[in-house]
Write a protein that binds this ligand. Structure first.
Ligand code: PPS
Length: 345
């Protein structure tokens, strides 16, 4: 990865194509914005709201003892964050349940992807509405930080200070379905499912392109400070992923701790864990924006399945995803199977 002085300055180009416009017009104002610009280097799509924060993010001060969890959205970030935080904090389940994950493990660039100005608030629960960059900057060490930024838009010091990075990825078909429901909630997306999927495949959604995001991190897999996990492996063998992650973090967990942690991280437990599931915030959003309160898909910890796309995608759409994956991965050193099912456990 290039060091700071070699990084070219950030440039942005407006996304003026019809599909991006259609996606933007299908969302409710006052919620999360859709893609508005393509950012270079990286070609990552971000909302226009990101632009004033881009350089601040790149110059964020990194500490060697930070622990970062990074992903393309909907790939198991929250699941990984809770696992990593508990491994790093000697399985302090009581503290984990008493303090919002957002506070323990802030989402660095959140302030740059929401439409409202950050609020000055004494209310520590309100991290999502605060200036999350300042919030993360002021946290005592060791910090736990979440980001969805691609390698080239991360704070440049990350490649010099080399804190631990745990990247998590997922079958893009499941990530896309999850991202669709996420948009219905957080962006108030009322457009069609087909248009959304076209947006995913045409790299028009915030943090896209998907495969380039994954490949750039995958290339760093041999760096000792980078660990790559997959959602599918976590579903298949959570204790195995916990052990591997603990070893990477230099932590020794007893068999009992591993099994307690696997229980705490189970879908059933996470779904009802109010420190994680965002239930208060979601209730407010639904009420304010007149969304159906009881819609089971409008939740954060939603289905938690591998292969859920089978029920939500037509054969034709699956074919499109397969062809898209083949094109994106051709000429790289990776296959989809290597990435999603690396079989390292
Ligand atoms: S975000 O918004 O990008 O941070 O979302 P992210 O946390 O990456 O992904 C959300 C999806 O992860 C699922 N999830 C889980 N699956 C299995 N077990 C557990 N414990 C778990 N916790 C979260 C969550 O349900 C979302 O996936 P979908 O497919 O929508 O259910």
């Amino acid at each position: 990865m290039p060091v700071a002085r070699r990084m070219p300055p950030i440039k942005v180009e407006p996304l003026n194509d019809n599909l991006s416009e259609k996606l933007r017009n299908s969302c409710k104002p006052g919620l999360m914005p859709m893609g508005g610009v393509k950012v270079y280097p990286s070609e990552c799509v971000m909302p226009t709201e990101y632009v004033p924060y881009a350089e601040r993010l790149r110059h964020f001060t990194v500490r060697p003892d930070d622990v970062w969890v990074i992903s393309y959205p909907k790939c198991g970030t929250t699941w990984t964050q809770e696992m990593v935080w508990l491994i790093g904090n000697d399985c302090d389940f009581a503290l984990a349940k008493n303090r919002l994950l957002l506070q323990r493990f802030p989402f660095l660039e959140a302030v740059s992807i929401i439409s409202q100005e950050p609020e000055e608030s004494e209310d520590d629960d309100n991290v999502l509405c605060a200036d999350t960059i300042t919030f993360a900057d002021e946290l005592p060490s060791p910090r736990y930080i979440k980001s969805h930024l691609p390698t080239r838009l991360l704070p440049q010091e990350i490649w010099i200070k080399k804190p631990k990075i745990i990247y998590v990825t997922r079958d893009p078909k499941d990530a896309a379905v999850s991202y669709y429901h996420h948009h219905r909630l957080w962006n108030g997306y009322t457009g069609s499912y087909e248009t959304f999927m076209e947006g995913f495949l045409e790299d028009k959604l915030v943090y896209s392109p998907f495969w380039e995001h994954v490949i750039e991190y995958k290339k760093l897999e041999n760096e000792p400070h980078v660990l790559i996990n997959s959602y599918e492996e976590m579903k298949q063998d959570l204790p195995g992923v916990i052990r591997r992650t603990a070893q990477f973090m230099g932590k020794d967990l007893s068999d009992e701790q591993v099994s307690e942690l696997a229980h705490h991280l189970s879908f059933k437990e996470m779904k009802v864990n109010s420190a994680i599931n965002g239930e208060e915030f979601i209730k407010e959003v639904k009420e304010k924006h007149e969304m159906p309160i009881e819609d089971p898909e409008l939740t954060f910890i939603r289905k938690g399945e591998v292969g859920g796309w089978r029920k939500e995608m037509s054969e034709k759409l699956v074919e499109k995803f397969e062809q898209w994956t083949e094109e994106k991965l051709s000429g790289t050193d990776f296959t989809e199977k290597d990435i999603i099912w690396p079989n390292k456990i």
